[in-house]
Ligand binder design. Structure first.
Ligand code: SAM
Length: 411
């Protein structure tokens, strides 16, 4: 490749992807505001050759893989600058929709090594198994020896997996390993493309699950071993999430969100929990209100129903499978509730918020992992007469670019 022009530049701010940005709009990954760097440019993107003078917000990244592993974008930023950058992403998304009047609560932080879920990539090379996270913007796997984001139980499992999976991965292609720490042990999913889970292989994989003390092992959507039913406790309910189900990534962030959601609905007696998943908010809400949960995923719906059937001491819970993009709750249906909780996927809840904007429900609490689609939907609610009361940013995705939030609306 022909080398691009080399320039010395000063970094002015940090963009959405965590890349340093100069005043003239050039981007240089792995830099921080105030850095003076020499970088080689390919168009507007540069690659650092030398840090000429570090900026005041630069710190030593804790992980040896930072810069090659695609999991983290900003480990090299001081705690204050990092928190300000995360909060600013929410503020900017809202200001682009001209939403300026609301209370921005302080960022809720999570500790390193607290993420209970991880999706790893694995590949059989000629000599060994490479196991880790993909490089940024590429499918190359960084063979990790440490990770400062995931729960230690997952970190400790990585070298054991490398050993245990010897001979089980296909000779070509990449495999995906999903890991979730539950209250009864680690739930693992394994995707082995093109591999049939026949008798001998099934027996070997089942042994592997026992050897690694996994609660459950599911291979190519087929459960091959379960020593304990994976379970999580929310309020007074035990939920058994289906393999690969959506769950909040960090328990402390989940707790903070549950508290904010419950506080947000106040003394409401009838609440709808939209995009309910396996019931992360349904059960805490049901301690004081009758809850109607709506969710599209059939397995999540049955996990939620099952847990609701066996829970004690909670108000009435009803569960309906419903595609809320195609069939949002209509404004007349919404008005049967005192409060609506929504936690849509990244795409947001456009159709649902259009209905909500016409309804006379007093309180709305929205949880979102995408400030951009949240801002779009918040605009719809505000135009429909709601007031955005407060937004609490939650740093559920430590050192990554994403930010979660919980927002309260009232009319
Ligand atoms: C961000 S998750 C939140 C789940 C749950 N509230 C929680 O905190 O664990 C979004 C949920 O929306 C569900 N979902 C995605 N598209 C949907 C749709 N069109 N209609 C209803 N639910 C949908 C997903 O299956 C997922 O459970």
């Amino acid at each position: 490749m022909t080398p691009g022009p080399i320039r010395e530049v000063e970094i002015f701010s940090l963009g959405h992807e965590g890349d340093g940005e100069t005043a003239e709009g050039l981007y240089v990954p792995y830099t921080v505001p105030g850095d003076r760097v020499r970088a080689e440019f390919d168009g507007i993107r540069g690659r650092v050759i030398e840090i000429v003078a570090p900026g005041p917000a630069r710190v030593q990244a804790p992980c040896r893989h930072f810069g090659s592993c695609g999991g983290c974008a900003v480990q090299h930023l001081s705690a204050d600058a990092y928190a300000a950058w995360k909060v600013d992403q929410v503020r900017q998304a809202l200001s682009q929709r001209n939403i300026l009047e609301f209370e921005m609560k302080p960022l809720v932080s999570v500790a390193p090594r607290s993420r209970r879920r991880a999706t790893l990539s694995a590949k059989q090379t000629r000599d060994a198994i490479v196991l880790g996270f993909q490089e940024r913007g590429s499918t190359f796997i960084v063979d990790i020896a440490e990770c400062h984001v995931i729960d230690r139980r997952l970190e400790e499992l990585v070298p054991k997996l490398r050993e245990a999976l010897a001979g089980e991965l296909p000779r070509s292609g990449q495999c995906e390993i999903g890991l979730t720490v539950t209250d009864t042990g680690i739930d693992m999913t394994l995707g082995l493309p093109g591999v049939a889970i026949d008798g001998p292989r099934r027996t070997r994989l089942a042994k592997l699950a026992t050897q690694l003390h996994l609660a459950r092992l599911t291979v190519n959507d087929d459960m091959v071993a379960q020593t304990h039913v994976p379970a999580l406790k929310w309020a007074d309910a035990y939920v058994s999430p289906p393999p690969g189900a959506f769950l909040q990534a960090v328990p402390s962030a989940e707790q903070a969100m549950q508290t904010l959601v419950v506080e947000g609905v106040g003394n409401s007696r009838k609440v709808a929990d939209l995009f309910a998943g396996c019931g992360t908010f349904t059960f805490p809400l049901a301690k004081s209100a009758a809850v109607s949960a709506f969710e599209a995923d059939i397995d999540a719906v049955s996990a939620l129903k099952d847990a609701a059937k066996h829970a004690h001491g909670l108000k009435l819970i009803t569960v309906e499978r419903r595609d809320l993009f195609r069939r949002p709750l209509l404004n007349v249906e919404l008005e049967a509730f005192d409060a609506i909780v929504l936690d849509p996927p990244r795409a947001g809840a456009k159709a649902q918020c259009e209905q909500l904007a016409q309804a006379k429900v007093k309180r709305v609490v929205m949880v979102s992992c995408s400030p951009a689609t949240f801002a779009r939907d918040a605009r719809t609610l505000i135009d429909g007469g709601y007031k955005l009361h407060s937004v609490t940013p939650i740093d559920q995705f430590l050192w990554a670019t994403q930010v979660e939030l919980v927002a309260r609306f009232e009319r």
